[in-house]
Design a protein around this ligand. Structure first.
Ligand SMILES: N[C@@H](CCC(=O)N[C@@H](CS)C(=O)NCC(=O)O)C(=O)O
Length: 204
């Protein structure tokens, strides 16, 4: 398998899942501006929409969307430690969190704060949405170490990745102490450290 990634993006979630699963894979870095790999390969040939992550399977098929890729990896992990079993309420809760991360936090609140074309009034709309959503997660984490409760899952890395963007868009997360503690907890995981070592520094 081949994972296409860019440092500090949501591709961190499947990247960490791949390391934690022990599955064999190759990680290919994309330059976010040019959409090219170091070898000059055009990433649009993998994902016509140009965003990461993408997973190229051993049969050449391409799997897109971080939530789907991370779950596919988790399901191939024989130890079953990255996601609850299918058909359980716990699995539905994982899917609920992954959808929340993708739609409510990433695309619906924090992601737009990166858009330089948006003026401050427009960004305030997204900041208000982000505050409500971070407060919701913070409340949940006030009684739980992880999004699923006592059990770590791939969704925790997704939240870790997205929360990590807050300082980059000037959003102060100190008002959400449980979210800050969760971020610090996930940062200590060996696989997270390993992936950050592989991915290298974030682009300026
Ligand atoms: N729905 C996609 C969104 C992925 C996404 O937005 N990735 C960002 C990085 S976090 C990206 O590559 N953006 C560059 C672009 O859209 O051109 C997913 O969840 O996998």
């Amino acid at each position: 398998m081949k994972l296409y990634y860019a440092p500090g993006t949501i591709s961190l979630m499947p990247h960490v899942a791949l390391i934690e699963s022990g599955l064999s894979f190759v990680a290919v870095r994309i330059d976010e501006a040019s959409k090219k790999t170091a070898d000059g390969e055009d990433y649009h040939a993998i994902n016509p929409l140009g965003y990461v992550p993408a997973l190229v399977l051993d049969d050449g098929g391409v799997l897109l969307e971080a939530a789907a890729i991370a779950q596919y990896i988790a399901d191939r992990d024989g130890a079953g430690k990255l996601a609850p079993a299918h058909g359980t309420v716990a699995r539905a809760r994982l899917q609920a969190w992954l959808n929340f991360l993708s739609s409510e936090l990433h695309k619906g609140a924090l992601g737009p704060l990166f858009y330089t074309a948006l003026d401050e009034r427009a960004k305030d709309v997204f900041r208000e949405r982000l505050k409500a959503r971070f407060a919701f997660v913070d409340q949940h984490l006030s009684t739980h170490d992880y999004l699923l409760g006592e059990d770590y899952s791939i969704a925790d890395v997704g939240l870790y990745a997205i929360t990590g963007w807050a300082p980059r868009v000037g959003f102060d997360i100190r008002a959400y102490p449980n979210l800050v503690a969760h971020h610090a907890r996930i940062a200590t995981r060996d696989a997270v450290r390993e992936v950050q070592g592989i991915e290298g520094p974030l682009p300026a």
